[in-house]
Design a protein around this ligand. Structure first.
Ligand code: GLN
Length: 452
C-alpha cells in the first residue's frame, strides 16, 4: 500500500531520492515467513520506514543529496539500520535532504527540492524535509532523520509531524555520514509521539562502534509516552525561556504555541519562567562549530575513495583531480560551510573563532543545567515561522539559518528535544518544542504525549 502511495504522489512531493520496491517486498515477505514459523516478533515488525539519505544502507544508494556521492552504494549498514532490519522493519527507500544535511528547506539538495504536502509551493523544512514530507504525505508511517541543529524537529514542525531528537550519544552515529560529529544525532520522524518512542527504542542504546555513544541503558521512553497519553501532568514543571520571548516568532506561531502551553496547564503542569542568558549566542556559536567540523569531515571526499571523479584523464595532477572533483561535486552551501570552517580552524584564527565558540557552548550548557534545576522540561516554538515559499530565503544565508533559532541551543548542550504538532497558523502547521535534560528523554515523551 505504501509503495502504491509513493507511486501516486511522489512525482509531486519528491520525498524520495531512491525507492527500493524489491528490497521492501522481500523484507516484508521475510517477516511474513517468520510469523508463519511462529517466531516472536517485535512491535514494529513489518512496519515500513523511510530513511534519510545520509544513513549508510548496504548495497542501496546513499548520496547525502550530493553529486559527489552519486552512485555510491555503501558496503555496510549503519548501526541504526542493522537494528531497524533486525526489528523486522521494512525499508521503503531513501529520502531527500539538503546536501550533507546543511540547510533548512531541502532547497540545497542537488536533486531538486521536496515539496510540503500541505502546500506544494512551500518548503517541507530541512535538512530532513524528505523524511518529514514522506510521513506527512502518508508515503511512509515512520522515517529516520538526523538532527545537527534542528533537521529533525524543524521539518517536523512545518509538516505537522512529530520529530524527535534523542540525547546526543543515545543513538549511534556509526554509518551516519558525518556533518558535525559533536552534534549529529539520528532520530525518529513519525505521526504520533508513541510511534516516535517505539522507533527510538528500536534504534537507540549503546553502540561500541561509536566512541561517543553513551554506555547506559535507554530511559523508559515507551512507558513515558504511555503515561503521558493518560493526560495527567500534575507535578510537572514546564519552563519558558525568557530570552526566547522577545525573539521573532511570527504572531500566528506564538499564538498557537501559547494555546498549546495553556493546554498543558489544564492537564496539571505548572509553568515557570527561566532565564538562559547565553541562548542568544547559540546561532553564531553553531555556525562556527558546525562548519569547522564539516570542513574537516568533508575532506574525505577526495575523488579517490567515493563516487564522483572529475579530470582523471592523464592530463591532470592528483591535486587537480581532487579540486576539479570537489568543485563539480559540492553545491554552493556546502562550499560556503567548508570555507567558513577552514577559516575558523586556521592557525591564528583558531582561538578567536573556534575556541571562542566552544566557550560559548559551555556557557549554553550551564544555562540548561541551571534551568533544569528549576523545571523538568523547557518548551518553545520549534521554529519561528511556518513553511515558507520556495526561494524566499535562499538569497540570504542568514535568513535560512534563522529557522533553527530555537532548536540549536539543545544541540550545543546535547540534550533531547521533540517537536509535536501544536495547531495551525494561516492554515499551516506549527510545532511545539519540548526540551529535556540529557538522558531524560522519557520526560519529553511524557509531556509530548499528553498534548496529543
Ligand atoms: N539548518 C541547520 C544547518 O543548516 C541544521 C542542519 C541539521 O540539523 N542537519 O546546519
Amino acid at each position: 500500500a505504501h509503495l502504491d502511495r509513493i507511486a501516486a504522489v511522489d512525482g509531486q512531493v519528491h520525498a524520495f531520492l531512491h525507492v527500493d520496491a524489491e528490497g521492501a517486498i522481500a523484507a516484508a515477505r521475510a517477516v511474513d515467513s517468520a510469523r508463519a514459523r511462529g517466531e516472536k516478533l517485535g512491535p514494529l515488525a513489518g512496519v515500513p520506514i523511510a530513511i534519510k539519505d545520509v544513513i549508510a544502507t548496504k548495497g542501496v544508494p546513499t548520496t547525502c543529496a550530493s553529486k559527489i556521492l552519486e552512485g555510491w552504494r555503501p558496503p555496510y549498514d549503519a548501526t541504526i539500520m542493522e537494528r531497524i532490519n533486525a526489528a523486522g522493519m521494512v525499508m521503503l527507500g531513501k529520502t531527500n535532504m539538503d546536501e550533507f544535511a546543511m540547510g533548512s528547506s531541502t532547497e540545497y539538495s542537488a536533486y531538486g527540492p521536496t515539496r510540503n504536502p500541505w502546500d506544494l509551493g512551500r518548503i517541507p523544512g530541512g535538512s530532513g524535509g524528505g523524511s518529514a514530507a514522506a510521513v506527512a504525505a502518508y508515503e511512509a508511517p515512520l522515517a529516520i532523520g538526523t538532527d545537527t541543529g534542528g533537521s529533525i524537529r524543524q521539518p517536523g514542525a512545518v509538516t505537522g509531524t512529530v520529530g524527535s531528537k534523542p540525547t546526543y550519544g543515545g543513538t549511534s552515529r556509526y554509518g551516519l555520514v558525518a556533518f558535525s560529529s559533536s552534534l549529529d544525532t539520528p532520530g525518529p520522524v513519525t505521526r504520533t509521539v508513541l510511534d516516535a518512542a517505539l522507533l527510538h527504542e528500536v534504534i537507540g542504546g549503546h553502540d561500541p562502534r561509536d566512541s561517543t555513544s553513551i554506555p547506559a541503558p535507554l530511559p523508559a521512553i515507551v512507558e513515558a509516552a504511555r503515561l503521558g497519553a493518560t493526560g495527567d501532568l500534575s507535578g510537572v514543571r514546564i519552563g519558558l525561556v525568557r530570552e526566547f520571548a522577545g525573539e521573532g516568532a511570527e504572531p500566528g506561531v506564538a499564538a498557537a504555541v501559547r494555546e498549546a502551553i495553556e493546554a498543558l496547564v489544564k492537564l496539571g503542569a505548572e509553568v515557570v519562567e527561566v532565564s538562559c542568558p547565553h541562548f542568544e549566542y547559540a546561532l553564531p556559536a553553531y555556525y562556527l562549530i558546525a562548519p569547522s567540523e564539516a570542513s574537516s569531515n568533508l575532506a574525505r571526499f577526495d575523488a579517490v575513495r567515493y563516487g564522483l571523479r572529475v579530470g582523471d584523464d592523464g592530463q591532470h595532477s592528483l591535486e587537480e583531480v581532487m579540486s576539479l572533483t570537489r568543485e563539480a561535486g559540492f553545491g554552493p552551501e556546502v562550499k560556503r560551510r567548508i570555507m567558513l570552517g577552514t577559516y575558523a580552524l586556521s592557525s591564528g584564527y583558531y582561538e578567536a573563532y573556534y575556541g571562542q565558540a566552544q566557550k560559548v557552548r559551555t556557557l549554553i550548557t550551564n544555562d540548561f543545567k541551571a534551568a533544569f534545576e528549576q523545571v523538568d522540561v523547557l518548551v518553545s516554538p520549534t521554529t519561528p515561522f511556518v513553511a515558507f515559499p520556495f526561494g524566499s530565503r535562499t538569497s540570504d544565508p542568514y535568513q535560512m539559518y534563522l529557522a533553527d533559532l530555537y532548536t540549536i541551543p539543545t544541540n550545543l548542550y546535547g540534550g533531547p528535544a521533540i517537536s509535536v504538532p501544536a495547531g495551525l497558523s494561516e492554515g499551516l502547521p506549527v510545532g511545539l518544542q519540548i526540551m529535556a535534560p540529557t538522558m531524560a528523554d522519557d520526560r519529553m515523551y511524557r509531556v509530548a504525549a499528553a498534548l496529543e
